[in-house]
Ligand binder design. Sequence first.
Ligand code: PGA
Length: 255
Amino acid sequence: MSAHSRIPFVCGNWKLHHGREATGAQVRELVAGLPALRDRARIAVAPVVTCLAVAVEAAAGKLPIAAQNVHFAEKGAFTGEWSVGHLKELGVSYVIVGHSERRALFADNDETVAKKVRAVLDGGLLPIACIGETESQRENGKTKHVVTEEIEAILAAVRPDEADRLTLAYEPVWAIGTGKNASAQQAQEVHALIRSLLKKHFGTKAEVVCIQYGGSVKPDNVAILMAEPDVDGALVGGASLEAKSLLAIAQNAIR
Ligand code: PGA
């Protein structure tokens, strides 16, 4: 399988934006825009947890809905959390795991991220597992080391026969919400490293894993990133809030 046979996969991460009304309206607009992509790009969207049910209903089975987080336990004394089972009963398909904001602000770490990825797979949902270095880590030449550690922790939780259910998102922290995206070359350098780690773990199955890039992706910079052989899609924050913009990103991601 070559890069060009991996269908571009774009996921909108709505973070703490859009209430029920806007969620429903934006999801309906996304669904209406799907035919124009002619199955040459895939889209998913991750609303606020309280809007997941509205999103699933508006998607009417045509657009997969993602959660932004999950707890790894099935149940227990975890006030304020929800499980994979809860997401499953809502009809959610994907779960973003280990986003840098969760790692920085809500104590996610390599261990909990691995447990969450395992729980998502065990529950029959699809993880989008995030990794990426901070600005100071990059400046100190630690990018390769940080990304390798984060990826190895995730891969230790995934069996080779599950490779096709895994999506990874490389999001350099310094590029998130800053308007300062990584250059195509910077992204490819890390994506190639990730692919090589995938090969060690999965063998030839490494080629089926979608590796998204995230960090200030917009309609006008996605094509140049997608031209790189190991960039297979995008995890998009700010530019995903308007359906038109997310659809334009998906359209421009088509190779
Ligand atoms: P951004 O966010 O596109 O607004 O930079 C990306 C993300 O956090 O997933």
